[in-house]
Design a protein around this ligand. Structure first.
Ligand code: SAJ
Length: 426
């Protein structure tokens, strides 16, 4: 197949880098988003999301003249759907964006085209939801046009590198569709391109993130057990991981982001009678912010009226993305318990979070703080100097939920350091 023109629907963390990378590899790319603010920002040379290297890539793509940003699809050789699949309150997958994108493509679909779904979706979505919507064009998937499910696997923070280097699973509704998908992604992917069917590819994607969720859940549960037994979880994990077949992940404040905290629910929804471990792991991770608040409560007694500087609001270290962030859950629970919280996110200093007071600088966050709680292991927090921090805050208590600080160093400056999953020293 010859791909000259690609239309990418959804210009978020996956769609925008993908569209730009195709453009810098010589394809004509139409990047489509239904959000007029996103379209306008990009058309004016701005960026609505943060990701290392993305600005340079998008600018190069626009400068090449190969990438144009639109609010509607156009005819193309291939269409890629990279829109979000969140869930509803009851944890059922919200496929409205996927369905709307498929319906928007149908009028532009021509014989011989390839359509790819990249959005993480419950098993059978490509076959049962996307194919029928595209077939409203009068064309048949697997006969008149190719249709494939190709999950993205990039790690936020490393997207540009992983987009090119990672292996990709390409699941076609038939063999020819998978082969067409391989030809498209071969244009820039250096990792292996592995062909399978669409439903297997959907399941593979969900298994990858569910596997990680369950493994983080056991790390979090181990941290609670260590807390009860007076064991330092960080030391215990380091020792257990000396076993050649053990690799325990890091406990923390819970699991956030739009992938791992969402995707396992798609399996639970699809087979609630079977996905019991998966559901429990989800619940363990969702309860972790409450465990963090409990640690803080045990350290100070009464939370009412306590001035807390909460450092880090994003869902993980060194990103600006706050979707499903457990750090926000910790702040909300502290506020509910009567604490006065000032949160600070160094990767997004002007952030506004409903119901959570934020500071625009570290100084502002710390100025009245009786307690500093580190919620996310951001790079700038690693180099905190306790003597400098001591001048910025009146209190001398630090709760380190992510094992970031060298407690001896801080204790020498008069701080009391309480670590998640580590016995209190007094
Ligand atoms: N976390 C821990 N302990 C750990 C590792 C992570 O508590 O040891 C927490 C993080 O702080 C964060 C959450 O888990 O809140 C998820 O972070 P992550 O870095 O594990 O993953 P994501 O959500 O940023 O990206 C994942 C990746 N999937 C896997 O590693 C299996 C990525 O490759 C996927 O492309 C991405 O989901 C996605 O889009 O599905």
């Amino acid at each position: 197949m010859n791909f000259n023109k690609v239309c990418v629907l959804g210009l978020g963390y996956i769609g925008l880098p993908t569209a730009s990378t195709f453009a810098t590899h010589g394809l004509q790319v139409i990047g489509v988003d239904i959000n007029p603010e996103v379209v306008q920002t990009l058309q004016n040379g701005g960026l609505h999301i943060q990701e290392p290297g993305l600005r340079t890539l998008v600018q190069a793509a626009l400068r090449s003249g190969n990438l144009s940003i639109r609010n509607q699809p156009q005819e193309a050789d291939a269409f890629i759907i990279a829109v979000p699949t969140p869930f509803y309150e009851d944890k059922k997958a919200d496929l409205r964006a996927v369905s709307a994108a498929a319906a928007a493509i149908a009028p532009y679909l021509r014989k011989g085209n390839l359509v790819v779904l990249e959005s993480t979706s419950p098993p059978r979505t490509t076959m049962d939801v996307v194919a029928p919507l595209l077939e409203q064009s009068g064309l048949k998937s697997g006969i008149d046009f190719h249709l494939a499910y190709v999950p993205e696997r990039v790690l936020p923070g490393q997207i540009l590198r992983e987009l090119i280097e990672n292996a990709r699973v390409i699941g076609g509704v038939d063999r020819a569709s998978a082969e067409a998908g391989r030809e498209l992604y071969r244009l820039f992917v250096r990792g292996e391109l592995i062909l399978t069917d669409a439903t297997t590819a959907e399941m593979v994607k969900l298994m990858e993130n569910t596997y990680r969720d369950v493994n983080i859940a056991i790390a979090n549960e181990f941290a609670r057990l260590a807390d009860r037994f007076g064991v330092d979880i960080w030391e215990a994990i380091a020792l257990a991981n000396r076993h050649p077949r053990v690799n325990i992940l890091q406990p923390g404040i819970g699991v956030g982001g739009h992938c791992i905290s969402v995707d396992p629910w798609f399996l639970v929804e699809a087979a609630p009678d079977l996905a019991r471990l998966i559901r429990t792991a989800r619940m363990v991770n969702d309860e972790q912010p409450a465990f963090v608040v409990d640690i803080i409560r045990r350290s100070v007694g009464d939370l009412r009226g306590l001035n807390v500087a909460a450092l880090g609001l994003s869902y993980k270290a060194d990103v600006d993305d706050v979707r499903e962030s457990p750090a926000i859950a910790v702040c909300q629970q502290l506020l509910q318990a009567g604490a006065k919280v000032r949160a600070f996110e160094p990767n997004r200093v002007h952030i506004k979070v409903e119901g959570v007071p934020t500071a625009q600088s570290l100084e502002e966050a710390l100025q009245d703080a009786a307690l500093m709680v580190i919620l996310v292991a951001h790079q700038p927090f690693r180099t905190f100097d306790p003597a400098t921090i001591a001048k910025m805050m009146p209190g001398r208590l630090v709760v380190d939920a992510v094992n970031l600080l060298d407690e001896w160093h801080w204790e020498a400056e008069g701080f009391r350091v309480v670590k998640l999953g580590s016995p209190s020293k007094d």
